[in-house]
Design a protein around this ligand. Structure first.
Ligand SMILES: Nc1ncnc2c1ncn2[C@@H]1O[C@H](COP(=O)(O)OP(=O)(O)OP(=O)(O)O)[C@@H](O)[C@H]1O
Ligand SMILES: [Mg+2]
Length: 362
């Protein structure tokens, strides 16, 4: 049985006249991996600070295990934080930094040594115990900060961009380590990143943030396959987004033609935006294509060619293809009805969820 461990209810935060969080409502269940994903300045760190107790919210409630904790000081909250700036103790060596929380808990010396060793191993820093913090690279310091938090095996761990300073290979290794650790210990993770691939790979549930608001929440698959609006479609993976109209249920018009689609529940003739992912487009002959485009440029991306083309209305189309195209050629694009995703303009998350449910249940 899953139960809610942390809840934010109608939380807002203002600094003077600047609103940095607007009516945030999120629910965190015990033992799952959650991610706050959004661009710089969208309010991710502010949410973590509100949960950890490092700032006072302007409105709304923060709940832990069903109890309101707005007035509980940070050191009495049952969460641990890996800060964006690491916040290590500069006068202690690596071992002492990681051991600090266990010493406060008065754990026996031998247990401390064992647990610190295994935490350092997990972050690939075996043998670094005697090093001073100033003798470490940024990525190594970041890993010490992770080890210092996980060694305590807290019920809830807040991680603010904990992998941002690592190179691509180490970052991938650490993603596996974190996910494995989270599952093995059943710790609830609230992880912050602005890297959409990282969020998709790691999370049970993602909150997509923009401008102090949660734009959409859901599983990685939900958010990738059914983005609620232009911002989410654009931020999560690459998308072709074109303007169109809903003719009737399961019929959408764009690029001057009507196509069968899998969406319903909108007003006849309602203006919409249509999303087609680059990997869902296939190149075919001009006659066989549903949309005709002229190839402009292409880049070899390793496992596919990324092709940029323009239709007659001068909309840009991004296509991922295993075969190269010829610059300047006019080609046809095909796609399946299920690959067309229709977004309503300015739909609220509640209305969006209700609409999907109404016709997915049919
Ligand atoms: N003490 C403060 N006073 C005024 N504005 C603040 C303060 N702290 C944060 N802000 C503003 O609040 C907004 C959200 O900041 P926050 O640190 O939560 O963003 P973020 O999503 O974590 O960004 P990043 O990815 O860059 O870390 C920003 O516009 C920031 O400038
Ligand atoms: Mg931040």
């Amino acid at each position: 049985m899953s139960h809610t461990i942390i809840e934010l209810q109608h939380v807002s935060k203002r600094y003077g006249d600047t609103v940095v969080l607007k009516d945030i409502n999120i629910e965190i269940e015990q033992g799952k991996f959650y991610t706050l994903l959004g661009p710089s300045g969208s309010g991710k760190t502010t949410i973590l600070r509100a949960i950890a107790g490092f700032l006072e919210v302007s409105e709304g409630d923060v709940l832990f295990d069903g109890q309101r904790i707005n007035d509980v000081p940070a050191n009495e909250r049952k969460v641990n934080t890996v800060f964006q700036d690491y916040a290590l103790f500069p006068h202690m060596n690596v071992f002492e930094n990681v051991a600090y929380g266990l010493r406060i808990q008065k754990k026996p010396k031998k247990a401390v040594a064992q647990r610190v060793e295994s935490a350092l191993k997990m972050v690939r820093l075996e043998g670094y115990g005697d090093r001073e913090i100033s003798e470490l690279s940024g990525g190594q310091q970041q890993r010490v900060a992770i080890a210092r938090a996980i060694v305590l095996e807290p019920a809830v761990l807040l991680l603010d961009e904990p992998l941002s300073a690592l190179d691509a290979k180490l970052r991938k290794d650490m993603q596996y380590e974190l996910r494995e650790l989270q599952q093995r210990l059943g710790i609830t993770f609230l992880f912050v990143t602005h890297d959409q691939e990282e969020a998709l790979a790691l999370s049970d549930e993602i909150f997509v943030m923009n401008d102090g608001e949660v734009q959409q929440s859901g599983t990685p698959v939900d958010i990738y396959d059914e983005p609620i609006n232009h911002f989410v479609a654009d931020f999560i993976g690459e998308s072709n987004i074109v303007a169109g109209h809903m003719i009737a249920d399961y019929q959408v018009e764009f690029n001057g033609k009507t196509f069968e689609c899998a969406d319903a529940g909108m007003r006849p003739n309602e203006p919409v935006e249509v999303v087609l992912r680059p990997e869902d487009l296939d190149i075919t002959s001009t006659d066989a294509g549903k949309v005709q485009v002229k190839v402009d440029t292409q880049l070899f991306r390793g496992d596919y060619y990324e092709i940029v083309a323009y239709d007659r209305l001068n909309n840009e189309w991004l296509i991922h293809s295993t075969n190269p195209a010829v610059d300047g050629d006019t080609v046809g694009l095909t796609f399946d009805a299920e690959d067309i995703h229709v977004m309503r303009l300015n739909e609220s998350e509640e209305d969006f969820d209700a609409r999907l449910e109404s016709y997915e249940g049919e």
